[in-house]
Design a protein around this ligand. Sequence first.
Ligand SMILES: [Zn+2]
Ligand SMILES: [Zn+2]
Length: 302
Amino acid sequence: MVFNVTILGCSSATPGWGRGLPAQVVNYNEQLYLIDCGEGTQMQIQKFHLKANRIRYILISHLHGDHYWGLPGLLSSMSLQGRTQPLDLYAPRELAEILTVQFRCTGIVLQFPLHFHALNMEQPTVIIDNEQLSVSTLPLVHGLPTVGFLFREKEKPRNLIKERLPSDLPFEHLKALKRGENVSWQGKLLTASDYTRPPKPLRSYAYCSDTRYHEPLIDHIKQVSLLYHEATFAEDMAARAYQTFHATAKQAATIALKAEVKQLVLGHFSVRYRELAPLLNEARAIFANTAAATDGATFQIA
Ligand SMILES: [Zn+2]
Ligand SMILES: [Zn+2]
């Protein structure tokens, strides 16, 4: 089942060096979750051949302009393109007011249902919970109330080993085996360990931007498959990072190391860095399996 993230923008504050403003799309089983929506996001969606009408959820981390100024335009375009399918928007509560004023003053009436969900910015909260996936918030430390987002696959059933199973085994028995239970059939005991394989390991993704170095985060993102952590600055700018509520590449890698994640992707780069190699090298010295985001790159969550 597909589980990946495509970066639409990995710059911070202003676009620069070909990097767009913060936005990314998580694809889980062909259902799309847009995280943040900086200015220009709808252009990036087209450029990287994603389908806006397949976006089912939009999650906004905080209300700095670089993270949501693309949203009114995107919503308006969705409506003009004939969207009728509902869309669920999770964001700080003030965004409802901002959108209402913008749409009222420009006479826009969306032609699809937009369900607004105000985020609790203080406590980790489960916001989306379906059969396969749960999404919860991760409160961060930033100049405005900010949350990250944690995607976790749900426990999956065991896989049947079809060639070993009696062909006439009832459906209820198959279901029990998939749950890991043993069953009796025609005087014979069929054990789950003989007739099923364990499910694939559960995959998870954490988006942590924007934030200062924040150790309490570690417990929440322990052993995630992929961590996207902001790295606005290099370590020689640590004082500036602290003042502006951002993190350095070294700090991002330290969080990845302490949380024992599988892979780290750095993003939210200051425009002072044309080349990202210094940030990447600094992080890799601490946590080897680190990549730098680039617009259009897709990272598999495995
Ligand atoms: Zn930002
Ligand atoms: Zn910010």
